[in-house]
Design a protein around this ligand. Structure first.
Ligand code: CA
Ligand code: CA
Ligand code: CA
Ligand code: CA
Length: 629
């Protein structure tokens, strides 16, 4: 019928003149598909093509029917059903739904028009056959567990069940990529044709379709141990497919990276090869269920460098019950910002006795005791360890990234750490004292992350670091006077004054990470002067220029002055003068020439300030001129 809408237009225009509304441009609105596919990843708020309308009762029935018909024709809406109980009609919309609603609500004949909102079941339970055994996701108290000692996964799945575009790299013993409950969620290298014996994407690995094996340097990360397959199932076993278990992320992708051999060991170099592969493929979340007690500079460097690519690492702590404050465990124990170190909680929400802990070194606990997940050859098995807790956090990170793809590694980390459930046995033992909670993390309040850095030679109070704040919280940053500051949104200058430090007030009402970078402003030395001396003795005919200056009182931490002679566009350094010395004698110069200088203050961070310039003309007064013999 709506192919005919333009033929209704004249009639409708009369109608709308009658009701005194303006609908300019209505005829230009293009038709477009309205039944947009409903993604299982993000749930819509309302039906895309249905609205509810209640008309005002004006005039008699005939008049009402006439007005209703005119409005239906004009707006191109089609009545599907009418609820006599409340005198409200359900309409199908064929044009822009939101615009139609706005305009209907502006009509004097319409009491109201509203979207046909969705209502969702309060919790989303998957149909995977063994979900009831996955106490870490939803604890019903089975096996003497505690009801709700879990990460509230079904509640989180009301918000999202994960996006196919989020990839988690699992650096482990490989993954059984043929497992019935993993196969559909395996990452596949888009640049590689599987099984043709050719390195199609030229990345050095032949047929690296699911990832790599860094031990054998091949493109086949098949798991022969089961450990990586177990971790992968917790992160992203296929959810709601009627079989086996479900991952925390039903639809996310697993990149398989093998560096642990069958005996459970692997080298840092093979691990770094895996990290590099993941970074090169653009992965933002890396799950690592391994570690030991030796510090590796290269491993830390790889982690810190991956931060530049926005990578968040989830690391297992040890299963030795050690205090990582006194006995550090790596890689979980590095002071790198872009890591979450994960300890182990059990089905009664206790930090297990064998979990490593550390008030500054272990961030959070996650279920890791008797965790059912995928193992080799389409199997399922319960395992215990920080290796099982870690993928719970990695899965949650992936769920968060699915829910809001714009989240940075830092925002994801903050959402996870700030929105757990406190568990008494973790108090004083973990940074957060909490076990993760997926629902709380997903529905967490927006927080502001302030990344405060002292730039070259700058100082800040509080010290440089990463701080997070509530939205609309006032934040005070102290910086030395006369420092420049740079934010991603704005720049400015801390005003100069008599005080030693001046506060800078920020209202934290941005929704994103802010980087504040304070740079010291170094002023030019004062009273840069020079005097010329002509030496015209028979033995030595030369000009000597004596340069003098004073320190600028606003400068702090000056260590030296760099003196340059300027010749055309060239700056030739004459000397580095110690900061306690304010004079320099430039000797052996040509008679009757003009000389130009620049003097630059340098602070203890090596930062150079604004130059002071000086030109000594040959006409300037001569301080001393020996007489000719
Ligand atoms: Ca629960
Ligand atoms: Ca390749
Ligand atoms: Ca190939
Ligand atoms: Ca499943």
């Amino acid at each position: 019928m709506f192919r005919n809408i333009s033929s209704f237009f004249v009639v409708v225009c009369a109608g709308f003149l009658l009701v005194g509304m303006t609908f300019s441009g209505r005829a230009q609105i293009m038709r477009r598909p309205i039944n947009q596919p409903l993604s299982s990843e993000i749930r819509p708020c309302s039906a895309p093509d249905r609205i509810l309308v209640k008309f005002k009762k004006l005039g008699d029935i005939r008049a009402q029917e006439s007005i209703k018909a005119s409005i239906e024709a004009f707006f191109g809406i089609q009545e599907i059903k009418k609820f006599t109980l409340i005198d409200v009609s359900v309409y199908r919309t064929f044009l822009d739904k939101e615009k139609t609603l706005v305009e209907l609500n502006a009509s004097p004949y319409v009491e109201y028009a509203e979207a046909d909102y969705y209502r969702y079941a309060k919790t989303t339970f998957p149909n995977d056959s063994r979900f009831s055994d996955q106490w870490g996701l939803h604890n019903t108290g089975l096996n003497n567990g505690t009801i709700d000692a879990d990460i509230d996964a079904p509640e989180a799945w009301d918000l999202t069940t994960g996006s196919t575009s989020v990839v988690v790299a699992v650096i482990d013993s490989g993954v059984d990529y043929n497992h019935e409950d993993l196969k559909a969620n395996m990452w596949r290298n888009p640049g590689e044709i599987s099984g043709n014996g050719i390195d199609d994407d030229g990345n050095g690995y032949v047929d690296d379709y699911y990832g790599i094996d860094a031990i054998e340097n091949t493109g086949d990360p098949m798991d022969d141990e089961g450990h990586g397959t177990h971790a992968s199932g917790t992160i992203a076993a296929v959810g709601n497919n009627g079989i086996g278990v479900t991952g925390i992320c039903w639809n996310c992708k697993i990149m398989a990276l093998r560096f642990l051999s069958r005996d459970g060991g692997g080298t840092v170099s093979d691990e770094i090869e895996c990290i590099q592969y993941a970074v090169n493929q653009g992965v933002k979340i890396i799950s690592c269920s391994f570690g030991e007690y030796d510090f590796s500079r290269s491993e830390k460097l790889a982690i810190d460098t991956a931060r530049n690519s926005g990578v968040l690492f989830i690391f297992a702590v040890g299963n030795e019950g050690e205090n990582n404050e006194t006995n550090p465990h790596y890689p979980s124990g590095y002071d790198s910002e872009n890591i979450i170190a994960v300890g182990v909680s059990d089905r009664n929400d206790r930090l297990v006795s064998w979990s490593d802990y550390g008030i500054t070194t272990v961030d959070v606990a996650a279920p890791g005791d008797y965790i059912l997940s995928t193992v080799l050859n389409n199997g399922y098995q319960s395992e215990s360890g920080a290796s099982m807790a870690t993928p719970h956090v990695a899965g949650l990170a992936a769920l968060l990234k699915s829910f809001n793809p714009s989240l940075s590694w830092l925002e994801i980390k903050n959402l996870i750490l700030k929105n757990g459930d406190k568990i008494p046995s973790a108090e004083g033992k973990l940074v957060t004292g909490s076990r993760i909670n997926a629902f709380k993390a997903l529905s967490g309040e927006p927080r502001i992350v302030l990344n405060l850095q002292a730039g070259e030679g700058g100082t800040t109070a509080p010290p440089p670091g990463i701080y997070d704040h509530e939205e609309n919280e006032n934040v005070t940053i102290l910086a030395i006077p006369n420092t420049d500051f740079e934010f991603s949104q704005w720049t400015g200058r801390v005003p100069s004054g008599q005080e030693i430090i001046n506060p800078l007030f920020l209202r934290m009402n941005f929704s994103r990470t802010i980087t504040a970078n304070f740079r010291a402003l170094i002023y030019a030395p004062l009273q840069f002067e020079g005097q010329r001396v002509e030496n015209r003795s028979l033995s030595q005919r030369e000009t000597i220029i004596v340069l003098n200056w004073q320190a600028h009182p606003n400068n702090t931490n000056i260590t030296l002055y760099c003196l340059y002679e300027i010749s055309g566009s060239n700056w030739n350094k004459l000397a580095d003068v110690d900061a306690s010395v304010f004079t320099y004698m430039h000797r052996s110069l040509e008679l009757n020439q003009t000389y130009s200088y620049a003097l630059v203050s340098v602070n203890n961070a090596g930062s150079e300030g604004i130059p002071a310039y000086l030109t000594i003309n040959k006409e300037r007064p001569i301080l001393f001129e020996p007489s000719y013999p």
